[in-house]
Design a protein around this ligand. Structure first.
Ligand code: SF4
Length: 428
């Protein structure tokens, strides 16, 4: 399971003014239990095989067979015609799995189709620059994913001639490929008998087996792995893995639709009338409010942008300088200070352009956006270049050129707003 990016305080310490990308979490397992009324078991569903006295930790062979049959029959009828499901070409499966780990399906499909046109194979990813890859990924968030793709594609070209191996251990040995992605490639692309556990699978299994402890902590996490392995029918990993995930995405959702579930006759939490109490959420992390300021510095009809370092948060992204508002500081003073620290420019704040609010995993960020100009009597061409303190490159660009650069989500929102802001018309 990929780790979620978080908004680091160090981003403020290093004067990172952008907002982190907070894509909708496609894995809402941490959400509070639904307040919906408990559904009851519908009739005419496969019934749980008789208790054979086997310990409850793992299902009996008869149970596993009934489970897999009901699930696979349902999947054969209800599976969505997603583009990577036509042929299960390994590279396509890999890209789809990485893109969808933190992305809603509709959005993921659009990105997937564009990506496959631009980068049709691992060799094209390996040969691309990081700037090109970041631009293609812009808006998806969790940018460590695309950097890991880049690393893995280069290793694939070097070690395997650009083709994904079918051995789970060899896949796992590629840089940037974690256990979930390795399992998904091996199980779905190559139909190897391995499981892949995502939040959908956790939700379904925690409900069917009434797991009453947080699913991401032990002992529940290990039990879910063992259950998935015990339920997996030999030679059917491709369909079985996808069917479990698909059921979690379409039927056993946060608000489960038990009346139309193929597993209703096997589901312990449904029998107990408590599916809405499963999965048990883990401890919620507190949300920290954060005030950040950023300044759009204009000179003549050009705008100053700078490129962040190759390491750290939003590595390689372009941005308008800025940073966190310090204690007892007003945001427009933050801009003046940050410009001095990051560029050695003396600037004057001309106007407040926007306030953009953006949620993140553990932060609620308020981005104060200002229009700025160089202070003093400055000639048309800036005579003194910046002294970069938090960036590797800078540019003075026209507004129309901004879409060519990759920005953090907050700055992209700001650029979108400036497109129609009359106060900004002289600089467009
Ligand atoms: S698996 Fe989910 S949707 Fe199906 S019966 Fe159980 S709780 Fe309901």
């Amino acid at each position: 399971m990929p780790a979620r990016d978080t908004f680091p305080h160090s981003a403020c310490a290093s004067a990172a003014p952008g907002l982190p990308d907070n894509q909708p979490d496609a894995q809402p397992h941490q959400s509070p239990p639904d307040a919906a009324p408990a559904p009851t078991a519908p009739r005419n569903r496969p019934a749980a095989p008789a208790d054979t006295g086997q310990p409850r930790e793992l299902p009996t062979a008869a149970f596993a067979e009934a489970f897999a049959q009901a699930l696979l029959d349902w999947f054969a009828v209800h599976k969505r015609p997603l583009p990577w499901r036509f042929g299960y070409e390994p590279y396509s499966v890999w890209i789809s799995e990485v893109m969808l780990q933190q992305t809603q399906m509709d959005r993921g499909v659009d990105y997937f189709l564009r990506w496959m046109t631009q980068f049709p194979d691992a060799a094209s990813v390996a040969a691309a620059s990081e700037d090109e890859l970041l631009k293609a990924w812009e808006g998806l968030g969790y940018y460590s994913r695309v950097r890991n793709l880049h690393k893995a594609a280069k290793a694939l070209v070097e070690r395997h001639g650009g083709e994904l191996p079918d051995d789970p251990d060899a896949i796992r040995a590629l840089p940037g490929i974690g256990p979930y992605t390795a399992g998904a490639i091996a199980g779905i692309a190559f139909n190897r008998d391995v499981t892949c556990i995502d939040a959908n699978v956790e939700r379904v299994l925690s409900r069917v087996f009434d797991i009453d402890t947080p699913v991401r902590a032990q002992p529940a996490a290990a039990r879910i792995r063992a259950l998935a392995a015990a339920l997996l029918p030999t030679g059917r990993a491709r369909d079985f893995n996808q069917a479990l995930m698909e059921l979690g995405a379409l039927v056993c959702r946060k608000k489960p639709q038990c009346a139309s579930c193929p597993l209703s006759g096997l589901c312990e939490s449904l029998r107990l009338g408590i599916p809405h109490e499963r999965p048990v959420p883990g401890r919620k992390q507190p949300i920290t409010p954060l005030d950040v300021a950023t300044g759009v510095l204009v000179h003549g009809n050009r705008i100053f942008i700078q490129k962040r370092p190759d390491e750290g948060v939003w590595a390689g992204f372009w941005e308008f300088p800025g940073g966190c508002v310090e204690k007892d500081e007003v945001p427009d003073a933050t801009i003046v200070r940050e410009y001095a620290e990051e560029t050695a420019f003396r600037i004057a704040v001309r106007d407040k352009l926007a306030v953009i609010r953006h949620g993140y995993t553990t932060y609620r960020v308020t981005l104060h956006c200002y229009l700025c100009a160089l202070d003093g009597d400055v000639p048309e061409e800036p005579p003194v270049p910046p002294v970069l303190g938090a960036a590797t490159e800078y540019r003075w660009v026209h507004f129309a050129d901004l879409p060519r650069f990759t920005f953090p989500a907050g700055h992209r929102k700001l650029i979108d707003q400036l497109t129609t802001d009359l106060r900004f018309a002289p600089y467009r």
